[in-house]
Design a protein around this ligand. Structure first.
Ligand SMILES: Nc1ncnc2c1ncn2[C@@H]1O[C@H](COP(=O)(O)OP(=O)(O)O)[C@@H](O)[C@H]1O
Ligand code: SF4
Ligand SMILES: [Mg+2]
Length: 326
């Protein structure tokens, strides 16, 4: 990893218009609402937050699958939404996508050989020998060997873990600079989760890949990423290095997330009490001020419920959007 910036996300907003009976505008679901971060070349980061907080929408906006409502995404310093269709295809070839549901992500009527050959054909790898070489190499990298055994198989003939390996091989086949992995193991058996995450980490290191690893489960990020970003109500509320975030957790929501991880040490069981009650915030009518204020036990009345907290940096490299650190 070096300090070169691969991806900059600036004040990114992705809103979905909500209509009743197809024409009556009810409002906007603000699924991503003012997200800022930078990813260095070869760096792995995790975005962690409860279901419904906007993680997949953020992923899909970065991948160019949803147009941003506002703000910008720069890849290698260039705005991808200004690239035009050719530039967009080039961008997509440099960014691999690993989805939550591998079976849904793979076309059921194609065998593994065709699934992996198609992106090469579409992106102009004309030489058949070169395509064959790269298909085989990709399967070896995701450890689906012997390769000859897997090439003719269709998705339904593979286990969930093997399907996700094929998805990863497809994401890697165009030699991307960035992989966006959206809950890649949450639908897999617990027994294969660690293997798949270790495989992703191995690929990241071997190819100096940027990785955005998205999860609702903080317990899976510890050994896997350099930094953690905590997402709540369509915003990133805390950003820090892994050790710093896990051992010096600042935002009340991040603390609650951490406390929700079962701790085998009975001396630490008291932390369970911190888990906030209440529902995640509506993204159609978000709470005023800090979006966490209806659930926050540390709330400062007449401030938190009125004014949105800006990002403070109480320690270098540790950012937190909470009035407690003003
Ligand atoms: N295509 C869409 N159209 C309308 N609303 C959407 C769409 N995709 C997601 N949403 C809404 O945006 C919010 C965030 O969803 P999502 O990004 O899937 O969150 P997460 O991945 O964190 O569970 C949810 O309220 C969801 O219902
Ligand atoms: S800004 Fe206020 S309500 Fe929001 S997390 Fe911090 S203390 Fe709680
Ligand atoms: Mg999701």
């Amino acid at each position: 990893m070096n300090n070169e910036i691969l991806l900059s996300v600036r004040d990114l907003r992705t809103w979905f218009e909500l209509r009743r009976w197809g024409f009556l505008r009810v409002g906007f679901v603000r699924a991503v609402d003012g997200v800022n971060f930078e990813l260095r070349r070869g760096e792995a980061i995790a975005i962690v937050g409860e279901s419904g907080c906007g993680k997949s929408t953020l992923a899909r906006t970065i991948l160019g699958l949803y147009p941003p409502t506002g703000g910008e995404v720069l890849f290698n310093g260039q705005r991808f939404d200004k690239l035009g269709s050719r530039g967009m295809r080039e961008y997509r070839s440099q960014v691999g996508y690993v989805q939550q549901d591998p079976y849904g992500a793979l076309p059921s009527f194609m065998n593994v050989h065709r699934i992996l050959s198609e992106p090469l054909l579409i992106n102009g790898v004309a030489s058949k020998d070169e395509r064959e070489r790269r298909v085989r190499q990709a399967l070896q990298e995701v450890k689906l060997t012997p390769v000859e055994e897997f090439l003719p198989k269709f998705p339904h003939m593979l286990s969930g873990g093997q399907q996700q390996r094929v998805v990863m091989a497809r994401a890697m086949i165009l030699e991307p600079k960035l992989i966006v992995a959206d809950e890649p193991v949450s639908m897999l058996d617990a027994s294969v989760r660690v293997e798949i995450l270790e495989l992703l980490r191995g690929l990241q290191r071997a190819h100096d890949l940027g990785v955005i690893y998205i999860t609702h489960d903080l317990s899976t990020v510890r050994y896997f990423t350099e930094r953690i970003f905590v997402m709540y109500g369509a915003k990133l509320v805390e950003k820090a290095g892994v050790n710093e975030l896990l051992h010096n957790t600042l935002h009340p929501y991040s603390r609650a997330l951490l406390a929700a991880i079962p701790d085998p040490d009975p001396e630490n069981a008291a932390t369970f009490r911190e888990v906030p009650s209440g529902e995640p915030p509506s993204l159609l009518h978000p709470p005023s001020g800090c979006r966490f204020h209806p659930r926050c036990q540390a709330i400062i009345r007449d401030l938190c419920d009125v004014e949105e907290p800006p990002e403070f940096e109480p320690k270098k490299g540790h950012l937190v959007a909470c009035w407690l650190y003003r």
